[in-house]
Design a protein around this ligand. Structure first.
Ligand code: C2E
Ligand code: MG
Ligand code: MG
Length: 822
């Protein structure tokens, strides 16, 4: 009884307030008494209120009507636990058929009830799963017709057709392209074979579609009779749409890869295997089946050290989980080089690097175009030599590697002499032919390993290495080049006679950086030019400072020209007969920002050697003409303005046009302009250009004066051939005439000769009244000297001129008075 968790109870009176119960029941109710007689009220309290009343009602009916009962109820234990139990009651009748006793059992059914509850729970769970899953179960009979799905399924008409059953799958309306697979499916089912994931497309009456994936297994009776199939199915329409989209995108990507010549690869760390896409094989001209893309197999296809570079790149990607890109060169199976742009990134799964993935794009065409552009960017199109940009790179590159101890590199800067003159006189195409000729000579004279560049109009640079087989000492080499370049060249337009000046720097001795080396070679070139051109000069540090200063002065002077830091002073020229100021010589003045005023004798040669003189001369010409025009406009008497002209102004470019433009711009009459030229004009130049320019200037009505006569060659030959109006006798010649009789004689002769040639004479630098008297006695026309005035600023010049003229008038009056007295 105890094991069966069951106890017995009985009652002899409907109105009794006690029950008799067996010890098991008493223990169940935790109401033990010595007599096992338990108060009914205490028992009832052990049941929850709702079953308490039910029990009471059944118990009462059992007494009154003799009806047995069995009530399921809870039993509340003192510790709060609840037991499931069933209380049975049976009537016992006396001989009159009246109930004389009610007895029964109380059964603890807690384990059974809990097992039942668990069963109900798990059934419910299963039902929940099935009802919420998108899959459904199906059954078919021996004729393969589907049984109707017992519940309603959410979905379109295509799904409802399947769910309503009554047809074998192949009797449904399905996509025509699935004819073949459906026939195979039918064969499988008819052979009673199980199947998995069979996919078909059902089509509804309204044309709607559903993609279904289904699996099933045949069911047999114990005796082996085939009963049909049972299986599951799921709606994979969305999946199929996504798959179709994915397929479409994959195809599009493949096409893009084909078009863009992009191949992909991936490398698995775990297996150490690399897999290439078919496009990558195609890029290299290899057969997918016949080539295993291992590192060893591929290295021979890389050019230069690109295999190593790629390996290092992959190392970096693996270490840093970065994405890296590089351009590499490979050799296609057809032997031609190809350029590939590689992008490589780490493949990460669950936060761990599992491999590498990458793309390789054939960028040969783009790279070729870039190389061609680079070639154009680094080549001088005329001579085919390297240009300045490449020279700079090459020189910088030399300093990136340490220089070897034995041997040296030399940098030669070559400047052609008289090239501009040839260019101007014989034309630009001759100039071009000449440059091509120079390039040819340089190639001939230099070792094939020497680097030759044209770095400017007529400037060339050479980098040599003494370790070359035929290497000469750089100065010997430079002298040989000068000798070769100085040989007159026969060109279609005539004979061209040029020369060369070369500056040489030894590397790295004469410059620890590319900039210093090139600057020092430039300084050496400068020194060579200063020393008279047509020579080679090795860089010498002691001269560097002086040259440096000159170069600095040149730079500052250029700034002054550009920023208006120059002024013009004017020195009066006096007519000895009338005592009138007939003109002014315009003289440049420059105040150096640190050194203060600098004499033109110092800065004019610098301007001349740097080429700045052309701009400078233009500036002073305009300034002086403008000034004279302003004086005229202010009502001052017309006076001639003398402007100094450097030879380079006439040699280079169209000087006549420059002068005409200035006259037109300022409105100064041509006859009031006098250009002072020196004998240097006739040195070192084709005579033709000079004489045509002077003739043209003279034709414009401009006065021409030969300046500094007596300080140089003093050749009277020019005076007879060229249209000079005036001779200016140099200060050194005038100085001392009062004391040196020979000078006096010579002076008298020159003045007479000039007059004979129809020229007037200006004597420069008269400082003493005695000199003026002597010059007057020699019939000199004009005097310019400190004795009258130093050069003065523009605003003082008219006043100074007025003063000179007033004094002359007074002097003449005094002389007249004196004459009258005598
Ligand atoms: P220059 O053309 O022979 O000019 C005359 C020079 O003699 C001026 O020197 C002038 O100040 C100086 N002088 C005049 N009278 C006397 C005198 O009595 N005693 C002494 N001791 N000197 C006298 P400055 O201004 O120093 O010019 C020097 C030279 O610089 C000029 O000689 C000329 O060759 C050149 N120069 C000046 N300005 C220009 C210019 O605008 N263009 C060019 N190309 N050269 C210029
Ligand atoms: Mg002068
Ligand atoms: Mg002079």
């Amino acid at each position: 009884m105890k094991m069966a968790r069951i106890g017995y109870w009985e009652s002899y009176n409907a109105a009794a307030t006690d029950f008799w119960m067996s010890p098991e029941v008493a223990s169940l109710y935790e109401l033990q008494t010595p007599t096992n007689s338990i108060p009914t009220a205490a028992m009832r309290d052990r049941h929850p209120a709702e079953s308490r009343d039910v029990l009471q009602a059944h118990y009462a009916v059992c007494w009154t009507e003799g009806r047995p009962f069995a009530v399921e109820t809870k039993l509340l234990k003192a510790d709060g636990a609840q037991l499931d139990c069933v209380v049975h009651g049976e009537p016992e009748f006396d001989s009159n058929g009246r109930v004389q006793r009610v007895f029964g059992v109380v059964r603890d059914v807690t384990p059974e009830a809990s097992a039942l509850r668990q069963l109900a729970d798990s059934e419910q769970r299963l039902a929940d799963f099935v009802s919420t899953a998108s899959d459904w179960c199906w059954e078919s009979g021996p004729d393969h017709r589907l049984l109707p799905y017992p519940k309603s399924l959410d979905g379109n008409s295509a799904l409802q057709t399947v769910a309503s059953g009554g047809k074998a799958r192949w009797e449904l309306s399905f996509a025509p392209e699935e004819q073949g697979s459906m026939a195979q499916h039918r064969a499988d089912m008819e052979a009673h074979r199980p199947f998995r994931d069979f996919i078909y497309t059902s089509i509804g009456d309204d044309g709607s579609r559903i993609s279904i994936s289904t699996s099933g297994k045949p069911i047999f009776a114990d005796d082996g009779t085939f009963l049909g199939y049972r299986g599951t199915a799921s709606d994979i329409t969305q999946l199929e749409v996504a798959r179709a989209l994915l397929d479409q995108r994959t195809r599009a990507l493949e096409e893009a890869h084909q078009l863009g010549k992009i191949g992909t690869w991936n490398h698995r760390l775990e297996t150490g295997r690399t897999v290439w896409s078919p496009e990558l094989y195609q890029l290299l001209g290899l057969e997918p089946g016949a080539f295993e893309p291992t590192y060893e197999n591929t290295t021979s296809y890389f050019l230069d050290d690109d295999a190593q570079r790629l390996l290092k790149l992959q190392g970096r990607v693996l270490r840093g989980s970065t994405t890296e890109a590089a351009d590499i060169r490979i050799q296609h199976a057809d032997g031609a080089p190809r350029d590939l742009a590689i992008i490589c990134k780490a493949e990460i799964s669950n936060g761990k690097i599992v491999g590498l993935i990458g793309t390789a794009q054939d960028v040969t065409d783009r790279k070729e175009a870039e190389r061609r552009l680079e070639q154009l960017a680094y080549t001088d199109p005329l001579t085919g030599l390297a240009n300045r940009a490449l020279f700079k790179c090459k020189l910088a590159g030399l300093f990136e590697e340490p220089f070897s101890d034995d041997g040296h590199n030399a940098l030669l800067l070559i400047d052609l002499d008289r090239f501009k003159e040839v260019n101007d006189s014989l034309g630009h195409s001759t100039g071009d032919s000449l440059l091509i000729h120079v390039a040819k000579i340089l190639r001939q004279e230099l070792d094939p390993q020497a680097f030759i560049a044209r770095i400017g109009g007529d400037e060339f640079a050479v980098l040599t290495n003494s370790q070359c087989a035929s290497a000469d000492d750089p100065i010997t080499l430079a002298n040989r080049i000068i000798a070769k370049l100085s040989v007159p060249v026969e060109l279609a337009e005539g004979e061209a006679c040029i020369g060369a000046t070369i500056g040489v720097a030894i590397l790295p001795e004469h410059g620890a950086t590319a900039e210093k080396a090139s600057r020092n070679a430039d300084l050496a070139l400068y020194m060579a030019k200063e020393a008279g051109r047509g020579r080679a000069q090795l860089f010498e540090p002691i001269y560097a400072e002086a040259v440096d200063q000159k170069l600095d002065l040149g730079r500052r002077l250029r700034q002054a020209v550009e920023t208006g830091g120059l002024t013009t002073h004017y020195q009066p020229q006096i007519d000895l007969k009338s005592g009138r100021v007939v003109g002014f010589e315009a003289l440049l003045r420059w105040s150096h920002p640190e050194r203060g005023p600098i004499s033109p004798s110092e800065f004019i040669p610098i301007a001349e050697s740097s080429g700045l003189i052309v701009d400078l001369g233009h500036w002073v010409l305009r300034d002086a003409c403008k000034q004279m025009r302003a004086w005229l406009d202010a009502g001052l008497p017309p006076r001639c303005i003398s402007v100094n002209v450097s030879p380079a102004q006439i040699w280079n470019g169209d000087f006549e046009a420059v002068v005409s433009a200035v006259l037109a711009e300022t409105g100064l009459p041509a006859k009031l302009l006098c250009l002072e030229l020196t004998e240097n004009l006739f040195v070192d130049h084709t005579k033709q250009k000079v004489s045509t320019t002077l003739a043209a200037l003279s034709k414009l009505g401009i006065q021409l004066a030969l300046d500094d006569f007596g300080s140089g060659y003093s050749s009277l030959g020019y005076l007879t051939r060229l249209p000079f109006n005036c001779l200016k006798i140099d200060r050194t010649f005038v100085d001392g005439i009062a004391t040196v009789p020979e000078k006096r004689k010579l002076l008298g002769g020159i003045i007479a000769l000039s007059h004979g040639l129809g020229m007037c004479v200006v004597a420069e630098g008269a400082e003493l009244a005695a000199e003026v008297d002597l010059l007057a006695a020699f019939d000199c026309d004009f005097v310019q000297g400190y004795v009258f005035s130093k050069p003065v600023a523009a605003d003082q010049a008219p006043g100074v001129a007025a003063e000179i003229e007033r004094e002359a008038v007074m002097m003449q009056a005094r002389r007249a008075q004196l004459a009258a007295c005598l």
